[in-house]
Structures are given as structure tokens and as C-alpha cells.
Design a protein around this ligand. Structure first.
Ligand code: BGC
Length: 753
């Protein structure tokens, strides 16, 4: 009897669950069709000129992030419905003013305000490449969340982030904006950042629309020179460069931005394969695509379009829905439609996509929804946000070297002098990084490294300071003072690096050594014989071989943002045990570039640096980067056991577990990022020497061990063959687990069909 009651109960439950799911589905369907209905009802009212207006985006009159066209008719155009969106308009006051103008247009379609909120808005977070070094998806999501909360409170609807370009060449200044060289890590970060920006979903007042950029392959610009061409196989595109974009689309990114580069001879902006076939076709993306700044017009110098008329035609037909700043659409699209060069259906599709987002954001209900003075004020000096930024900054630092000097004691019994030297020691805004705002009252919020250290140390510690030199200078006149300070000190901390505008857009550099005379300053200070801790603040992997070889300790701090000083002090004095791991390989010299861990083996691989006879190697340079992908130390010491596999001969679509025990044999509790790499030994196309396929961040107390298990399934073994089919092939696989891409345990398994 009880059995029947149970069955009846289960059936009822099923009916209930199915009913609820159905109801949920129905609500979603109704909501979706209601949205489409609303979009269509607006579209029907629009003239062709008004439609083209929605596809037009202008930079606001206050700040610019690209070559600006002066336009004194700009505001009139907003009033007459000729502008669908604006960028670089921030703050409740300005966004409200401009929205009021848009409300004077015939159809009162609200403007969308877009902004490069790349690593924080009011509270500046570490640059994305730095955050990537945390390998901490929750923290990264939180960082994007705070950026969304702060910027949305200032009238911003839409951030031009995340940048998800895979980048293997640190000469490219924009590596700072991305997640580094690896596709797997990059995809996970793309997801986390989209989720963070969009929060609980568009329509919430603290959610901003994300924009995955730059579609696509911009990170592969030849020679790391910005805006340069990209030529790559479709296989490489699908395998290495597209997955983070796909991840962003799957996470619900509202928009995409195309890119400046041409891909195999076709500028991304006029690239139908990328925008129509892959993004809107294969991936079924329902958001809209904005061009990059002026990139529609730039198809003329590319040699792809004769004039703006042709450029507008090519871009619109290829699927670029909105023209950022080139004015090609506003000046030509209506005529192109009338002359039959662009179909009305193309325009309608683009406008629908844009209107859909405006509806989803709730702007038709309340165009001033995001322009609320009270909220803006609340977020302006939000100390909770500062704490989130500090946490992110601590997690982003990478300890590259430590010869038993770190962490420093906060207090000593005997008097102690710490010498603090270098151009970043008292700097404030230089810690902010390229895509950040220097608000007028910012400096009170930014804590310098000097202040951070001073807050930490007790009465027996004195802090001596000398700048030594400027960041990018040839002047050595401050060296003497720096050497004197070092000679008087018990321990020296030197801060060196790049100025905040040395990495970023249009900041490609052929020489990525520490700028100016900074490494000479390090040499002069090291010559005093004192223990020297070097902090490097930069937007990209720099070259600093002498420093790495001769300093006592090195911490890579990237550009850490508003909380840099306190976060750095936390790491120096052991209040936080560093856990960052490099998301990019650090080269030995520029001649080694591009250098990345997941390369092919070639037909003549060198076994090591002594094996050069007719080998794929430089005769005058090591095979190995200075610091490999995935590398980073801790104050703990993590030792790995051998790998145990649940099955060495799996068959078909099954799973295998790979297990290691990691022991913290150091004296400090700490976090380790355990990394899983796989190599497919033989494929119908050659496979990389290893590929990251999983990672887990684990906290292990000193003296304790943790067992870490990865589940490997055939999904992880898949790759694109030369027909662009994504599948796995049976054969031998090397399974590697370790602390960096260059330090792993390994075991073989053989997987049959
Ligand atoms: C950059 C984009 C940015 C846009 C707007 C362009 O120059 O490439 O990444 O979002 O400007 O500032």
C-alpha cells in the first residue's frame, strides 16, 4: 500500500513539476513574444531616417577615446532622432541632459549610454590581465559586479567589456585588457565577467549590458602592432580565438563589438562570415553588434571600401548593427536602401536588435532609470566596493621569486629601517592603469605603497624613501640618494614598472624591457648588498632578466587600481599569502615572441637548450620563457604526488578521474591553483604539446594535504579537424597535473572508441 502511495505521490509531483516547468516556459515565451511585439510596434512607426538614427552612435562632447570628429550639430541630431547611442557620456547630470534631448525627438526613443568600464568605474580594480592572474572566477565576477553597480549608478547602460581577445604577444599594448594567452582560462573569465556585468539580468538598475570584444582575432595582430592585420587558418580561429567569444555569447552577453583588424583580408567590420554566419547564425546571437571606433570608415584605408558609402553598405550587410563614430551609416544608409544596395530587412533586423535591448533595459518605461543622483552619491565613496577591489588586488599579484625574505615581519624587536625606493613608491594614479578614470577627488581614495607599508609597520620600523628616477627617463641624478637610502636600510623595496599610459590601446612597444633607467636603478641598489624586494607595476609582461636573476624577491603587481598600496602591503607583510599565477608567458627577450606554452611540437623539437643541432630553436636564445604560463609562488610550498587514474584504458564516451595529492610543506597556509593539462599524442591534425583543460584553486593549511580530482571526459579531448568538425579521436593522451605549465606530473592513458 505504502508503495502505491509513494508512486501516486511521485506521479503527482511529476505532474506538478512538469506543470510548473510548462508554466515557466509559457511565461518565458509570452514574455519573449510580448517583447517582440513591443519592438515591432515601435519599428512600424519609424521612418527610414529614424531607423538609421538608431544605428548611429556618437561620442559625447566631453571626453574621447579615439580620433574625434568635431560636430557642432551633435545635440540637434539627438533631438531629431538621428542618434541611437552615445559613448563617453557619464554621470547622472550629463546622461540626464542628453536623454532629455532624445525625449524631444518624434518617437522619444531613449539613448543608450556606453562606456569603457574595463576595470572598474569609480573604484578602480586591477587591470583584467592582473585579475586573470587570480584564476578566481568568483572574485572576477564580483569585480565586474561592482563595476556594474558603480557605473550604472552614474547613468551608464552598457560597458564595452569584457575584452576576450586571446593574446600571445606582449608587444601588443592591449594585452592588459584581456585574460592572456589561454583559451580555456580566457573562456572561463569571459563567462565570469559577463555574469558580473549583467548581474541578475538586464532590466535591473544595477545591471549593465556587456559587450564581448573585439570580434574577432584582434589579439593576433601581426607583430603585436595595434590595428594590424591578422591572417590565420580557420582551424586556429575556431580552436584558439573564438571560444571565449562563444562563452560570452552563451553567458548572455547583450552585445558584441567587432574589431579594427582584417581577418584573412576581410576587415572584421565588413566580415559577413564572422558576424552573420558564425555569430548570428551558428551561435544564434540575438543581441547587436557595434563597430569599433570608426572601424566602418577605416575600411577605406584598409583598401576594402572605396568611400564611406561603400563602407556603410559592406558593414551593414555583413552584420555590423551600429556604427561607432564613423558617420558612415548616418550619411549613407538611407540612400543605400533607396538604391537597393542594402535591403530594408537588413536595417529592420539591426534596429530590432537595438530596440530589443532598450526594452530589456527598461528604458522605454523610464529613460532616466539609471540617472539617479541618490544612487550615484551612494556609490561614489562606497567603502565596501573598495574592500572588494582590495581583495581582488591581493589575489592578482604574482610572486615570481622569493629567497627567504618574504613575508616581512610587521614589527621587530630591534629597530629596523625599510628603504622604499622607486617611482611607484609614492605614486597614486600610476597604479590605476590605462582604462581608468582619474576623478578629481580620487587621490584621497588611492593609497600609495608608501602609505600602505607605513600603516602596517610598528614603532620600531622607520621608513626611508628615495624616488631614484622617473618611470621612463634617462636621468640618473636620483641614483645617489637611492643608494644612500639603501645602504642605511636593513631591507629595500624597489617599485618599478610602466606608466599608466604605456600599455593599452595604441601602446604597442617593440622594446618591452623595464622602461628608462629603472633596471639600472635596481642594479645600483642591489650592489649595496642589501636584500632587495622588487615590485613591478605594469600592464603587460615585461622583460627584466637581470632583476629576476639578482633581486632577492620579485612580485609582479600589474596595475592594481585604487587599493594597490594596501593590497601590496598585505602581501609584503603576510596578511595575504600570494596565490596568483601568470596568465601569459613572460619572454626572455623580444626576439622570442610570440612565446606561448601551448605550441606545436614541430618535426624537429629540441629536447633542451643543449639540443640545437638542426633543431627548431634559436641558436642564440633559450627555448624557454623567463616565467612560464601558470607560474606563481606562494609563501607556502606545494608538493604534488604522482597522478592516479581511475582507468588507463577507457573506452567510448566515458569519464576518467585523475587524482593528485597536494601537500603544503611550507610554514604558511595558502592557496594553490592546481592545473590540469592534456596532450593528444597523435591527431589527424597536430595537437599542442599541452593544453589547459581544468584548474582548481584550493586552500591548504601548512603541513596539510588535499586530494584533488579532475574528471576527464571526451568533451575535453575534442578539437577541430581540418574539416572544422569538432570531435575527439581515439589514441594515447598524456595527462598532466601541476603547479604551472612547466612543472607537472604526468601519466599516459589510452582512450579507444
Ligand atoms: C577601442 C574599443 C573601445 C572603443 C570606445 C576603441 O578605440 O578599440 O575597445 O571600446 O574605442 O572607446
Amino acid at each position: 500500500m505504502t508503495k502505491y502511495i509513494k508512486i501516486a505521490g511521485l506521479l503527482l509531483m511529476q505532474v506538478f513539476v512538469t506543470g510548473r516547468l510548462f508554466a515557466q516556459h509559457r511565461t518565458q515565451v509570452t514574455r519573449a513574444s510580448l517583447l517582440e511585439h513591443k519592438v515591432d510596434s515601435v519599428l512600424q512607426l519609424m521612418t527610414l531616417d529614424e531607423k538609421v538614427g538608431q544605428m548611429n552612435q556618437y561620442n559625447g562632447p566631453w571626453a574621447a577615446t579615439g580620433p574625434l570628429t568635431n560636430d557642432d550639430k551633435l545635440l540637434d541630431q539627438v533631438k531629431s532622432g538621428k542618434v541611437g547611442s552615445m559613448l563617453n557620456v557619464t554621470g547622472v547630470k550629463r546622461t540626464r541632459e542628453l536623454q532629455q534631448l532624445a525625449m524631444q525627438s518624434r518617437l522619444k526613443i531613449p539613448l543608450l549610454f556606453g562606456q569603457d568600464v574595463i576595470h572598474g568605474y569609480r573604484t578602480i580594480f586591477p587591470i583584467p590581465l592582473g585579475e586573470a592572474a587570480s584564476w578566481d572566477m568568483n572574485a572576477i565576477e564580483k569585480s565586474a559586479r561592482v563595476a556594474a553597480i558603480e557605473s550604472s549608478a552614474s547613468g551608464v547602460h552598457w560597458t564595452f567589456a569584457p575584452m576576450v581577445d586571446i593574446a600571445r604577444d606582449p608587444r601588443w599594448g592591449r594585452v592588459m585588457e584581456g585574460a592572456g594567452e589561454d583559451t580555456y582560462l580566457g573562456s572561463a573569465i569571459a563567462t565570469a565577467r559577463v555574469k558580473g556585468f549583467q548581474g541578475k539580468g538586464l532590466g535591473n538598475t544595477d545591471a549593465v549590458m556587456a559587450c564581448a570584444k573585439h570580434f574577432a582575432a584582434y589579439g593576433a595582430a601581426v607583430g603585436g602592432r595595434d590595428y594590424n592585420s591578422v591572417d590565420m587558418s580557420m582551424r586556429q580561429l575556431y580552436e584558439t580565438y573564438l571560444p571565449p567569444f562563444k562563452a560570452a555569447a552563451d553567458a548572455g552577453a547583450a552585445t558584441f563589438m567587432n574589431s579594427f583588424n582584417d581577418l584573412n583580408g576581410v576587415p572584421a567590420t565588413g566580415n559577413k562570415l564572422l558576424q552573420r554566419d558564425i555569430l548570428k547564425g551558428q551561435w544564434n546571437f540575438k543581441g547587436f553588434v557595434v563597430s569599433d571606433w570608426g572601424s566602418v570608415g577605416e575600411m577605406i584605408p584598409h583598401g576594402f571600401a572605396k568611400d564611406n558609402y561603400e563602407a556603410a553598405m559592406l558593414a551593414a550587410n555583413a552584420g555590423s548593427d551600429m556604427d561607432m563614430e564613423s558617420r558612415s551609416y548616418i550619411n549613407n544608409l538611407a540612400r543605400l536602401v533607396k538604391e537597393g544596395k542594402v535591403k530594408m530587412a537588413v536595417i529592420d533586423d539591426a534596429v530590432r536588435r537595438i530596440l530589443r535591448k532598450k526594452f530589456e533595459m527598461g528604458l522605454f518605461d523610464d529613460p532616466y532609470k539609471f540617472s539617479n543622483e541618490e544612487r550615484e552619491k551612494q556609490q561614489w565613496n562606497n567603502t565596501a566596493n573598495y574592500e572588494v577591489a582590495k581583495d581582488m588586488a591581493r589575489k592578482s599579484m604574482v610572486l615570481l621569486k622569493n629567497q627567504n625574505v618574504l613575508p616581512l615581519a610587521k614589527e621587530t624587536h630591534a629597530p629596523r629601517i625599510i628603504g622604499l625606493i622607486g617611482p611607484f613608491a609614492k605614486a597614486k594614479s600610476d597604479h590605476l592603469g590605462f582604462w581608468s578614470y582619474d576623478w578629481p577627488d580620487d587621490s584621497s581614495r588611492i593609497v600609495s605603497v608608501y602609505d600602505g607599508i607605513q600603516q602596517k609597520t610598528g614603532a620600531n620600523t622607520r621608513l626611508f624613501y628615495a624616488k631614484g628616477c622617473n618611470i621612463n627617463d634617462t636621468v640618473r641624478s636620483g641614483f645617489n640618494e637611492a643608494v644612500t637610502v639603501a645602504a642605511q636600510s636593513d631591507i629595500v623595496i624597489i617599485t618599478v614598472g610602466e606608466a599608466r599610459d604605456m600599455s593599452g590601446e595604441a601602446k604597442s612597444r617593440s622594446n618591452i624591457h623595464l622602461p628608462g633607467v629603472q633596471e639600472e636603478l635596481v642594479k645600483a641598489v642591489v650592489a649595496t648588498g642589501k636584500p632587495v624586494i622588487v615590485l613591478i607595476s605594469a600592464g603587460r609582461p615585461l622583460i627584466f632578466n637581470w632583476t629576476a636573476d639578482n633581486a632577492t624577491a620579485v612580485i609582479y603587481t600589474w596595475w592594481l587600481g585604487t587599493a594597490a598600496g594596501e593590497a601590496i602591503a598585505d602581501v609584503l607583510f603576510g596578511d595575504y599569502n600570494p596565490s596568483g599565477k601568470l596568465p601569459m608567458s613572460f619572454p626572455l627577450s623580444e626576439g622570442q615572441l610570440p612565446v606561448y606554452y601551448n605550441h606545436y611540437n614541430t618535426g624537429r623539437p629540441a629536447k633542451n637548450d643543449d639540443d640545437r643541432f638542426y633543431r627548431s630553436a634559436y641558436t642564440d636564445l633559450s627555448l624557454y620563457p623567463k616565467f612560464p604560463f601558470g607560474y606563481g609562488l606562494s609563501y607556502g610550498k606545494f608538493d604534488y604526488s604522482d597522478i592516479t587514474l581511475s582507468n588507463k584504458n577507457p573506452k567510448g564516451n566515458t569519464t576518467v578521474t585523475a587524482t593528485v595529492t597536494v601537500t603544503n610543506n611550507g610554514n604558511y597556509d595558502g592557496e594553490e591553483t592546481v592545473q590540469l593539462y592534456i596532450r593528444d599524442m597523435v591527431g589527424s591534425v597536430v595537437r599542442p604539446v599541452k593544453e589547459l583543460k581544468g584548474f582548481q584553486k584550493v586552500f591548504i593549511k601548512a603541513g596539510e594535504s588535499k586530494t584533488i580530482t579532475f574528471t576527464i571526459n571526451t568533451e575535453l579531448l575534442k578539437f577541430y579537424n581540418d574539416q572544422l568538425q569538432f570531435n575527439w579521436e581515439p589514441g594515447d593522451f598524456e595527462i598532466m597535473i601541476g603547479t604551472s605549465s612547466a612543472d607537472v606530473k604526468s601519466v599516459m592513458l589510452s582512450w579507444s572508441k
